[in-house]
Design a protein around this ligand. Sequence first.
Ligand code: IPE
Ligand code: IPE
Ligand code: MG
Length: 239
Amino acid sequence: MADSTVVPHHIAIVMDGNGRWASRRLLPRLVGHKQGVESLRRCVRACRERGVRVLTVFAFSSENWNRPQDEVSGLMELMAMALAREVPQLAKEGVRLHFVGERAGLSDKVRAGLAQSEDATAHNTALVLNVCFNYGGRWDIAQAAAALAQRGEPITEASLHAAMGMAHVADPDLLIRTGGEMRISNFLLWQAAYSELYFSDRLWPDFDEAALDEAISAYGARERRFGKTSEQIQAARSA
Ligand code: IPE
Ligand code: IPE
Ligand code: MG
Protein backbone atom coordinates (compact mmCIF):
# COMPACT_ATOMS: atom_id res chain seq x y z
CA MET A 1 0.00 0.00 0.00
CA ALA A 2 1.14 3.55 -0.70
CA ASP A 3 2.49 5.55 2.25
CA SER A 4 -0.18 8.18 1.77
CA THR A 5 -2.97 5.70 2.63
CA VAL A 6 -5.06 6.77 5.62
CA VAL A 7 -5.02 3.82 7.97
CA PRO A 8 -7.93 3.64 10.42
CA HIS A 9 -6.92 3.60 14.06
CA HIS A 10 -9.73 1.18 14.92
CA ILE A 11 -11.34 -1.37 12.59
CA ALA A 12 -14.39 -3.40 13.66
CA ILE A 13 -15.54 -6.45 11.71
CA VAL A 14 -18.73 -8.55 11.60
CA MET A 15 -17.08 -11.79 10.51
CA ASP A 16 -20.05 -13.23 8.60
CA GLY A 17 -20.30 -16.01 6.03
CA ASN A 18 -18.55 -18.99 7.62
CA GLY A 19 -21.61 -21.24 7.30
CA ARG A 20 -22.12 -20.44 3.62
CA TRP A 21 -18.41 -20.95 2.92
CA ALA A 22 -18.74 -24.50 4.26
CA SER A 23 -22.16 -25.25 2.72
CA ARG A 24 -20.85 -24.32 -0.74
CA ARG A 25 -18.25 -27.04 -0.31
CA LEU A 26 -20.82 -29.51 1.06
CA LEU A 27 -18.98 -29.40 4.40
CA PRO A 28 -20.45 -29.06 7.90
CA ARG A 29 -20.90 -25.45 9.05
CA LEU A 30 -18.35 -25.97 11.81
CA VAL A 31 -15.63 -26.45 9.19
CA GLY A 32 -16.46 -22.95 8.03
CA HIS A 33 -16.08 -21.61 11.55
CA LYS A 34 -12.68 -23.30 11.82
CA GLN A 35 -11.67 -21.66 8.56
CA GLY A 36 -12.94 -18.41 10.07
CA VAL A 37 -10.34 -18.70 12.83
CA GLU A 38 -7.62 -19.00 10.15
CA SER A 39 -8.96 -15.92 8.46
CA LEU A 40 -8.92 -14.00 11.75
CA ARG A 41 -5.30 -14.97 12.37
CA ARG A 42 -4.37 -13.61 8.93
CA CYS A 43 -6.42 -10.44 9.50
CA VAL A 44 -4.81 -9.72 12.89
CA ARG A 45 -1.36 -9.95 11.37
CA ALA A 46 -2.33 -7.81 8.38
CA CYS A 47 -3.84 -5.13 10.62
CA ARG A 48 -0.74 -5.01 12.78
CA GLU A 49 1.51 -4.72 9.72
CA ARG A 50 -0.58 -1.84 8.38
CA GLY A 51 -0.47 0.12 11.62
CA VAL A 52 -4.06 -0.43 12.76
CA ARG A 53 -4.00 -0.11 16.56
CA VAL A 54 -7.37 -1.64 17.52
CA LEU A 55 -9.25 -4.50 15.87
CA THR A 56 -12.68 -5.50 17.19
CA VAL A 57 -14.38 -8.62 15.87
CA PHE A 58 -17.85 -10.05 16.35
CA ALA A 59 -17.42 -13.75 17.12
CA PHE A 60 -20.69 -14.78 18.82
CA SER A 61 -23.81 -12.68 19.27
CA SER A 62 -26.39 -12.73 22.06
CA GLU A 63 -28.77 -14.08 19.40
CA ASN A 64 -26.46 -16.87 18.17
CA TRP A 65 -27.68 -19.04 21.09
CA ASN A 66 -30.77 -19.57 18.93
CA ARG A 67 -28.79 -21.70 16.45
CA PRO A 68 -29.00 -25.50 16.49
CA GLN A 69 -27.52 -26.84 19.69
CA ASP A 70 -24.70 -28.74 18.01
CA GLU A 71 -23.51 -25.59 16.22
CA VAL A 72 -23.58 -23.60 19.48
CA SER A 73 -21.62 -26.25 21.39
CA GLY A 74 -19.21 -26.59 18.45
CA LEU A 75 -18.58 -22.83 18.53
CA MET A 76 -17.93 -22.91 22.28
CA GLU A 77 -15.48 -25.79 21.85
CA LEU A 78 -13.80 -23.98 18.98
CA MET A 79 -13.35 -20.87 21.11
CA ALA A 80 -11.63 -22.85 23.87
CA MET A 81 -9.44 -24.68 21.33
CA ALA A 82 -8.55 -21.57 19.35
CA LEU A 83 -7.46 -19.75 22.51
CA ALA A 84 -5.22 -22.60 23.61
CA ARG A 85 -3.63 -22.77 20.16
CA GLU A 86 -3.41 -19.11 19.14
CA VAL A 87 -2.73 -17.13 22.31
CA PRO A 88 0.99 -17.98 22.72
CA GLN A 89 1.69 -16.65 19.21
CA LEU A 90 -0.55 -13.60 19.66
CA ALA A 91 1.29 -12.87 22.91
CA LYS A 92 4.62 -12.96 21.03
CA GLU A 93 3.31 -10.66 18.33
CA GLY A 94 2.40 -7.96 20.86
CA VAL A 95 -1.37 -8.42 20.65
CA ARG A 96 -3.45 -7.55 23.70
CA LEU A 97 -6.69 -9.52 23.94
CA HIS A 98 -9.93 -8.25 25.45
CA PHE A 99 -13.20 -10.13 25.50
CA VAL A 100 -16.33 -8.03 25.42
CA GLY A 101 -19.70 -9.56 26.26
CA GLU A 102 -21.67 -11.29 28.96
CA ARG A 103 -19.52 -13.87 30.77
CA ALA A 104 -22.41 -15.31 32.76
CA GLY A 105 -23.94 -18.06 30.65
CA LEU A 106 -20.58 -19.26 29.35
CA SER A 107 -19.12 -22.52 30.64
CA ASP A 108 -16.45 -22.42 33.35
CA LYS A 109 -13.93 -23.72 30.82
CA VAL A 110 -14.60 -20.98 28.29
CA ARG A 111 -14.70 -18.30 31.00
CA ALA A 112 -11.35 -19.46 32.36
CA GLY A 113 -9.90 -19.46 28.83
CA LEU A 114 -10.98 -15.87 28.28
CA ALA A 115 -9.54 -14.67 31.60
CA GLN A 116 -6.24 -16.51 31.08
CA SER A 117 -5.84 -15.11 27.58
CA GLU A 118 -6.44 -11.59 28.81
CA ASP A 119 -3.90 -12.04 31.60
CA ALA A 120 -1.29 -13.59 29.30
CA THR A 121 -1.41 -10.62 26.90
CA ALA A 122 -2.11 -7.78 29.35
CA HIS A 123 1.27 -6.09 28.86
CA ASN A 124 1.18 -6.01 25.07
CA THR A 125 0.82 -2.76 23.16
CA ALA A 126 1.20 -3.40 19.40
CA LEU A 127 -2.48 -4.12 18.71
CA VAL A 128 -5.59 -4.36 20.89
CA LEU A 129 -7.81 -7.23 19.75
CA ASN A 130 -11.34 -7.04 21.17
CA VAL A 131 -13.30 -10.22 20.65
CA CYS A 132 -17.04 -9.67 21.10
CA PHE A 133 -18.30 -12.98 22.39
CA ASN A 134 -21.79 -13.49 23.80
CA TYR A 135 -22.11 -9.81 22.93
CA GLY A 136 -25.01 -7.65 21.82
CA GLY A 137 -25.07 -3.89 21.48
CA ARG A 138 -28.38 -3.74 23.32
CA TRP A 139 -27.01 -5.88 26.13
CA ASP A 140 -24.03 -3.54 26.47
CA ILE A 141 -26.15 -0.38 26.67
CA ALA A 142 -28.58 -2.00 29.13
CA GLN A 143 -25.86 -3.42 31.39
CA ALA A 144 -24.12 -0.04 31.49
CA ALA A 145 -27.35 1.74 32.43
CA ALA A 146 -28.07 -0.87 35.10
CA ALA A 147 -24.58 -0.50 36.58
CA LEU A 148 -24.96 3.29 36.79
CA ALA A 149 -28.43 2.99 38.34
CA GLN A 150 -27.12 0.51 40.89
CA ARG A 151 -24.36 2.93 41.89
CA GLY A 152 -26.83 5.81 41.95
CA GLU A 153 -24.82 7.70 39.32
CA PRO A 154 -26.33 10.06 36.75
CA ILE A 155 -26.89 8.69 33.27
CA THR A 156 -25.12 10.84 30.70
CA GLU A 157 -23.51 10.06 27.35
CA ALA A 158 -20.10 10.14 29.01
CA SER A 159 -21.03 7.97 32.01
CA LEU A 160 -22.80 5.40 29.81
CA HIS A 161 -19.83 5.27 27.47
CA ALA A 162 -17.48 4.70 30.40
CA ALA A 163 -19.63 1.86 31.75
CA MET A 164 -19.75 0.01 28.44
CA GLY A 165 -17.56 -2.86 27.30
CA MET A 166 -15.52 -0.80 24.83
CA ALA A 167 -14.61 2.08 27.16
CA HIS A 168 -10.91 1.18 26.89
CA VAL A 169 -10.67 2.10 23.18
CA ALA A 170 -11.70 4.92 20.84
CA ASP A 171 -14.80 4.29 18.72
CA PRO A 172 -14.30 2.31 15.51
CA ASP A 173 -13.32 4.40 12.47
CA LEU A 174 -14.20 1.69 9.97
CA LEU A 175 -16.83 -1.01 10.42
CA ILE A 176 -16.62 -3.88 7.92
CA ARG A 177 -19.21 -6.59 7.43
CA THR A 178 -18.32 -9.55 5.24
CA GLY A 179 -20.78 -12.05 3.79
CA GLY A 180 -22.92 -9.63 1.80
CA GLU A 181 -25.63 -8.77 4.34
CA MET A 182 -26.20 -5.06 4.88
CA ARG A 183 -27.15 -4.93 8.52
CA ILE A 184 -25.57 -4.36 11.92
CA SER A 185 -27.07 -7.42 13.69
CA ASN A 186 -26.78 -5.83 17.15
CA PHE A 187 -23.03 -5.06 16.89
CA LEU A 188 -21.57 -1.90 18.53
CA LEU A 189 -24.85 0.04 18.39
CA TRP A 190 -23.47 2.84 20.54
CA GLN A 191 -19.86 2.95 19.38
CA ALA A 192 -20.57 2.81 15.63
CA ALA A 193 -22.47 6.11 15.68
CA TYR A 194 -19.89 7.71 13.35
CA SER A 195 -18.05 4.69 11.97
CA GLU A 196 -17.65 4.46 8.21
CA LEU A 197 -19.55 1.36 7.07
CA TYR A 198 -18.12 -1.00 4.47
CA PHE A 199 -19.91 -4.10 3.20
CA SER A 200 -18.02 -6.85 1.40
CA ASP A 201 -19.57 -9.71 -0.55
CA ARG A 202 -16.64 -11.93 0.36
CA LEU A 203 -17.41 -14.64 2.88
CA TRP A 204 -15.31 -14.23 6.03
CA PRO A 205 -12.96 -17.19 5.33
CA ASP A 206 -12.18 -15.57 1.93
CA PHE A 207 -11.51 -12.10 3.35
CA ASP A 208 -7.76 -11.83 2.71
CA GLU A 209 -5.14 -9.07 2.80
CA ALA A 210 -6.18 -7.72 -0.59
CA ALA A 211 -9.80 -7.46 0.56
CA LEU A 212 -8.66 -5.67 3.72
CA ASP A 213 -6.60 -3.24 1.64
CA GLU A 214 -9.66 -2.53 -0.52
CA ALA A 215 -11.68 -1.71 2.58
CA ILE A 216 -8.92 0.53 3.93
CA SER A 217 -8.59 2.40 0.66
CA ALA A 218 -12.37 2.88 0.45
CA TYR A 219 -12.17 4.31 3.97
CA GLY A 220 -9.40 6.67 2.86
CA ALA A 221 -11.69 8.09 0.18
CA ARG A 222 -14.51 8.93 2.61
CA GLU A 223 -15.07 12.40 4.01
CA ARG A 224 -15.90 12.17 7.71
CA ARG A 225 -17.97 15.19 8.61
CA PHE A 226 -19.33 14.45 12.10
CA GLY A 227 -22.25 16.74 11.43
CA LYS A 228 -20.22 19.60 9.94
CA THR A 229 -20.32 20.80 6.35
CA SER A 230 -17.91 19.68 3.70
CA GLU A 231 -16.61 23.27 3.43
CA GLN A 232 -15.70 23.28 7.12
CA ILE A 233 -13.82 20.01 6.75
CA GLN A 234 -11.90 21.26 3.68
CA ALA A 235 -11.01 24.51 5.45
CA ALA A 236 -9.71 22.67 8.54
CA ARG A 237 -7.66 20.39 6.29
CA SER A 238 -5.93 23.22 4.44
CA ALA A 239 -5.34 25.30 7.59
C1 IPE B 1 -20.54 -15.90 11.18
O1 IPE B 1 -20.79 -16.81 10.16
C2 IPE B 1 -20.03 -16.56 12.44
C3 IPE B 1 -21.01 -16.63 13.53
C4 IPE B 1 -22.16 -16.05 13.54
C5 IPE B 1 -20.63 -17.40 14.69
P1 IPE B 1 -22.20 -17.49 10.01
O2 IPE B 1 -22.21 -18.78 10.76
O3 IPE B 1 -23.29 -16.56 10.37
O4 IPE B 1 -22.21 -17.78 8.46
P2 IPE B 1 -23.47 -17.69 7.47
O5 IPE B 1 -24.00 -16.30 7.57
O6 IPE B 1 -24.45 -18.73 7.93
O7 IPE B 1 -22.88 -17.99 6.13
C1 IPE C 1 -23.65 -11.66 13.16
O1 IPE C 1 -23.83 -12.63 12.20
C2 IPE C 1 -22.94 -12.23 14.36
C3 IPE C 1 -21.57 -12.66 14.14
C4 IPE C 1 -20.85 -12.53 13.05
C5 IPE C 1 -20.94 -13.25 15.29
P1 IPE C 1 -25.20 -13.45 12.08
O2 IPE C 1 -25.02 -14.38 10.95
O3 IPE C 1 -25.55 -14.04 13.39
O4 IPE C 1 -26.24 -12.30 11.73
P2 IPE C 1 -27.70 -12.41 11.10
O5 IPE C 1 -28.43 -13.44 11.89
O6 IPE C 1 -27.54 -12.83 9.68
O7 IPE C 1 -28.26 -11.03 11.22
MG1 MG D 1 -24.38 -15.21 9.27
